[in-house]
Design a protein around this ligand. Structure first.
Ligand code: THU
Length: 136
């Protein structure tokens, strides 16, 4: 695997997942794609629920797919949504991502036209609490 993630592949897989999102309540479809340490790209999309708080974010779905696929580390994540604003991960998902990623890990934010912004996880979740904070 090369050091730089294949951004075109991440974008295409996230966009395909976004189109499959189940968002009948917000009508705001989000897609995510994780490049994992096994070199595989794992997709996720938001899946809402008539009991609103039970809905799941795209990032959570991609993390579940990664873990179910046998990988344990996120090398890069791309999130895509519509609208003029950046679709950055919610606070809870920043912490979910942190469980499997180092603070330097790139978080790419895309709209339908392509990648709009790139952050490190540390920029989105400074001074974070992660697995190494727990005593062994
Ligand atoms: N959503 C995500 O899936 N990921 C984000 O990064 C932002 C928000 C979803 C949750 C909900 O289904 C819809 O977008 C509106 O908040």
């Amino acid at each position: 695997m090369s050091a730089e993630p294949d951004l075109d592949a991440l974008f295409a897989i996230a966009q395909a997942a976004q189109r499959r999102a189940y968002a009948p309540y917000s009508r705001f479809k989000v897609g995510a794609a994780i490049l994992a340490d096994d070199g595989t790209i794992y997709p996720g999309c938001n899946v809402e629920n008539a009991a609103y708080p039970v809905g799941a974010c795209a990032e959570a779905g991609a993390i579940s797919a990664m873990v179910a696929g046998g990988a344990r580390a996120i090398r890069a994540i791309l999130i895509i949504g519509d609208g003029a604003e950046l679709v950055t991960p919610c606070g809870a998902c920043r912490q979910r991502i942190r469980e499997f990623a180092v603070p330097e890990m790139p978080v790419l934010i895309a709209g339908p036209e392509g990648i709009r912004a790139r952050f490190s996880l540390a920029e989105l979740l400074p001074a974070s609490f992660g697995p190494a904070n727990l005593p062994t």
